[in-house]
Design a protein around this ligand. Structure first.
Ligand code: CA
Length: 604
């Protein structure tokens, strides 16, 4: 068997390099795909009429695999010569070595990442199977390799057809069926990050066909977001957008959102400094990906690097829905690929902005009490020294009058909170501030245990007589006991904001105290909202957690193969529990304890 396999390899290699085979080629089947035509055999295949008796027991036929594709070898230009001080080479460990049928030869790219090897098949083929074998004794290096197909030579329209989820096996071809109906002229094996390809053999199998888009490939049960930047440029800036084709494959590969000229850039504050980068997408035209309620150009990809459950934001949004906030950001977990490289499990979320289907203040204002306001384009300090960013109207559209108006309104609200008559139903702070949304936001932050609830607070207001509303909830990766500064939350008989929570200003912190601790009417209302939220699903939040854990099962497994941090402290972690399941259980236990504890705090 082994020998026959090798014969097949040799034949394929000869076909690839265009040499005349020195052994008879297997009779080509009519469907034989690949642009490299099987060289005409000088003699006609034996015709059935030949009255020649097949008495001679023939050698067992070479098990020709009519589906194995050949073509022009393409890929990263330079290889590395390990025997010569890792020098750049075009003669040693070259890319043709993955098609030579020899397990002892391999392609090692000179660059450590973003390298690949593949075939130009000459015309479109539907791929049915891929095969791979690692460089001998480097089995790990194929894990997370991605097979892709494309019809542009630069792979700017590439979509995944298979991801290798496990390490390889020495001197063994492993195969996977490919379930993708699109036809591709170009196919490739993209190296996992930082391993220089280091692959001994690669195979593509399939048949010539235009194919169709009835079935594409998803990495897991979650939708796959594919970002192919033009020129395969890495996304390195939070300020400068680069262009990309972005594809979102969902519904088990039967739904495709296909976009071009999508702007991609980095985003986030602390999260931008981690190796797993958060991104912002800006589509050329409005889209509603994954059934999102909003139709909008701007969407975020949240990286959740420091949140090893990968679901804290989603849980907080569940709480936001339970307490009845009028708007909770859309958020759906996805797998992300950038330029052929698997990047991990992310969340595709709304951009927090004033827009239809998002914060309903399109003709009004969206502001953020924000300790980082000084980094923003349009912001002000209130008379009580609270830093506030103006998010909407955005910096290109806002007028001086609008800035003056919202600054003045915020100052009036703050002054009313600190006035002696502040509890007055008509002329107190209720004149400017919508109390219910403020209290709901308080419950979300404190129940979820978010240290930064009052470090960053979104508020919005219409252009007319409307009050300032508080929300939406956003940025909960430090919630649910993921912050060494506030651990252990449930051991303390006080709200987090009083105890150790960070606030954007003393005024903000004191404002919360005056409302939730010192205004009896607000306090009573707080309990009403809490009880309604419990009845509205909050008491069963652990069931939501279990459902998310099930949803994320495959994706988290891949994520922590890419980001091997389950035993590391990252961001504000106070512990590293070593497994995804343990991290989830920890949050589950927190929720159970918090339901009791927070009830006690409210009723003091
Ligand atoms: Ca080889």
């Amino acid at each position: 068997m082994k020998r026959l396999h090798l014969v097949h390899f040799v034949l394929a290699a000869l076909l690839v390099c265009g040499c005349e085979p020195s052994i008879p080629a297997p009779t080509p089947k009519p469907e034989q795909p690949g642009n490299t035509e099987t060289p005409e055999t000088p003699q006609e295949p034996e015709t059935p009429e030949t009255p020649q008796e097949p008495e001679q027991p023939q050698e067992p036929e070479v098990p020709s695999d009519p589906t194995k594709l050949t073509g022009t070898i393409i890929g990263s230009q330079y290889s590395v010569d390990y025997n010569n001080g890792n020098s750049q080479s075009t003669t040693v460990n070259t890319k043709d070595k993955v098609f030579d049928g020899n397990y002892d030869t391999f392609f090692a790219s000179y660059d450590r990442s973003q390298t690949w090897v593949g075939l130009d098949l000459g015309k479109k083929h539907v791929i049915t199977k891929v095969g791979w074998s690692p460089r001998v004794d480097h089995q790990d290096r194929v894990q997370l390799a991605l097979f892709e197909g494309a019809n542009e030579a630069d792979f700017s329209d590439a979509v995944p057809i298979y991801i290798v989820k496990e390490p390889g096996v020495n001197r063994t071809m492993q195969y996977a069926d490919v379930d993708c109906s699109r036809g591709f002229r170009y196919v490739r094996y993209v190296s996992p990050n930082d391993v220089r390809c280091n692959v001994a053999e690669v195979e593509f199998h399939g048949y010539a066909s235009e194919g169709d888009d009835s079935k594409l490939y998803q990495l897991t049960n979650l939708p796959t977001v594919v970002i192919n930047t033009y020129g395969a440029k890495e996304i390195t800036s939070k300020e400068v957008e680069i262009g990309a084709n972005v594809y979102i494959i969902s519904q088990d590969g039967t739904d495709l959102l296909s976009t071009k000229n999508t702007g991609v850039r980095g985003r986030g504050n602390a999260s931008w400094d981690f190796p797993k980068k958060p991104y912002r997408l800006k589509f050329e035209s409005k889209q509603s990906p994954l059934g999102a309620p909003a139709s909008a150009k701007k969407w975020t990809l949240i990286s959740n690097y420091g949140d090893k459950t990968l679901m804290r934001n989603m849980l907080a949004f569940e709480v936001s829905r339970n307490v009845g906030q009028s708007y909770t950001p859309f958020c759906h977990p996805v797998d992300v690929i950038v330029n052929g490289e698997y990047r991990g499990c992310y969340q595709l979320c709304d951009q927090v902005e004033a827009a239809s289907g998002r914060v309903e203040a399109k003709d009004g204002y969206l502001i953020e009490i924000d300790a980082y306001a000084y980094n923003e384009d349009v912001w002000f300090n209130s008379t009580r020294n609270t830093p506030v960013t103006i998010k909407h109207p955005d910096e290109d559209d806002i007028t001086d009058q609008q800035i003056a108006f919202i600054t003045d309104y915020f100052n009036k609200m703050e002054a009313a909170v600190f006035a002696t008559n502040y509890k007055d139903e008509t002329n107190g702070y209720r004149k400017y501030l919508d109390v219910d949304s403020f209290l709901r936001n308080f419950i979300i932050g404190e129940f979820c245990g978010n240290t930064d609830t009052f470090w960053s607070v979104y508020m919005y207001k219409d252009a007319g007589e409307g009050k300032l509303y508080t929300g939406p909830a956003w940025d909960y990766d430090l919630g649910f006991e993921n912050d060494y500064r506030t651990y252990p939350i449930n051991n303390l008989n006080e709200y987090i904001y009083v105890w150790k929570g960070s606030a954007a200003s003393d005024a903000v912190k004191n404002m919360v105290t005056r409302i939730v601790k010192e205004d009896p009417a607000a306090k009573a209302r707080l309990i009403e909202i809490w009880e309604a939220a419990l009845a509205n699903g909050l008491s069963d939040l652990a069931a939501d957690l279990d459902a998310y854990a099930e949803l994320l099962k495959e994706s988290q497994d891949l994520n922590f193969k890419r980001w091997k941090i389950l035993n590391q402290y990252v961001h504000m972690n106070f512990q590293a529990l070593g497994s995804y399941d343990a991290e989830v259980k920890f949050v589950r236990d927190y929720i159970t304890a918090r339901l009791t504890k927070f009830d006690q705090l409210l009723r003091r």
